[in-house]
Design a protein around this ligand. Structure first.
Ligand code: SAM
Length: 254
């Protein structure tokens, strides 16, 4: 199809066959998987996925692409949702879902937070993201990439960096490098926050001014004596705390 990539929808289409093979191999789709592709675009991943699975669900915002898909895949077992993924109801299925996608980078972070909100029905995620975002997701405490996204995702998922994808693998070329990553929700969480809303609020507040000490950023939640009781140095910054430190603070307050 003659299609002019739309910047507003983050359209950078994968064209590198060897990268596409590597991606499909690492997803390892099985016939009975409930597989959902976010942003199928012109089918770089959709077509090989359709060869492996009995049925594919795809969520695509672009009407032009959806009209083309309906024609292109008329003989295939695919359900196409012409929707914004951020409004999509993931709770309509009675089986755990596997989510795959070369995501529109402009909304990658809200998509990740939406996945956290739907974690109970997710089996796994295989996502192409801006490399810089993946670096933040898997960053260790006390590194410059470590932030709210790292803590929140590391609380819920075990993550694996799978493939580095250079700019030239796309048409049109994006300005940034990309990475393909796997996220699997923990079956047994390494640490458990008793009050998840509180945990999320504390993490958000602590990173709202990341150069300040937690004594400052968390003063509306916790005082100096409490820090001592928990055994966390109040002179540290949010970026120095591990996921389990944040959980400790949250559970202490609960
Ligand atoms: N999967 C294709 C590939 O690998 O070549 C296309 C990937 S492209 C980076 C992102 C795709 O997501 C585009 O097809 C775009 O139209 C679609 N998209 C953008 N924003 C979306 C949204 N909010 N909801 C669903 N799809 C969206």
């Amino acid at each position: 199809m003659k299609h002019f990539a739309k910047k507003k929808f983050g359209q950078n289409f994968l064209k590198d066959i060897s990268i596409i093979h590597a991606i499909i191999k690492s997803i390892n789709p099985l016939p009975d998987d409930l597989l959902i592709e976010i942003g199928p675009g012109l089918g770089a991943l959709t077509k090989p996925l359709l060869k492996k699975t009995n049925h594919l669900l795809s969520i695509e915002i672009d009407h032009d692409i959806v009209s083309w898909m309906k024609n292109e895949y008329s003989q295939k077992s695919i359900t196409i949702f012409n929707e914004d993924v951020l409004n999509f109801n993931f709770h309509q299925f009675d089986q755990k879902i596997r989510i795959v996608g070369n995501l529109p980078y402009n909304i990658a972070t809200p998509i990740l937070f939406k996945c956290i909100d739907n974690i109970k029905i997710i089996k796994d995620l295989h996502l192409m993201l801006q490399k810089e975002v993946v670096d933040r997701m898997i960053a260790n405490p006390s590194s410059s990439e470590y932030g709210r996204l790292s803590v929140m995702l590391q609380y819920y998922f075990s993550m694996e960096y799978l493939i580095h994808v250079p700019k030239e693998s796309f048409e049109p070329e994006p300005k940034v490098e990309s990475s393909f990553v796997r996220l699997i929700p923990y079956e047994h969480y390494p640490c458990i926050a008793n009050n998840l809303d509180q945990f999320k609020n504390i993490v958000k507040e602590a990173f709202s001014q990341r150069r300040k000490t937690i004594r400052n950023t968390l003063k509306s939640f916790i005082n100096e004596n409490d820090f001592e009781k928990i055994g966390i140095n109040q002179q540290l910054r949010a970026e120095n705390l591990s996921v389990s430190d944040f959980v400790k603070i949250s559970n202490y307050l609960d």
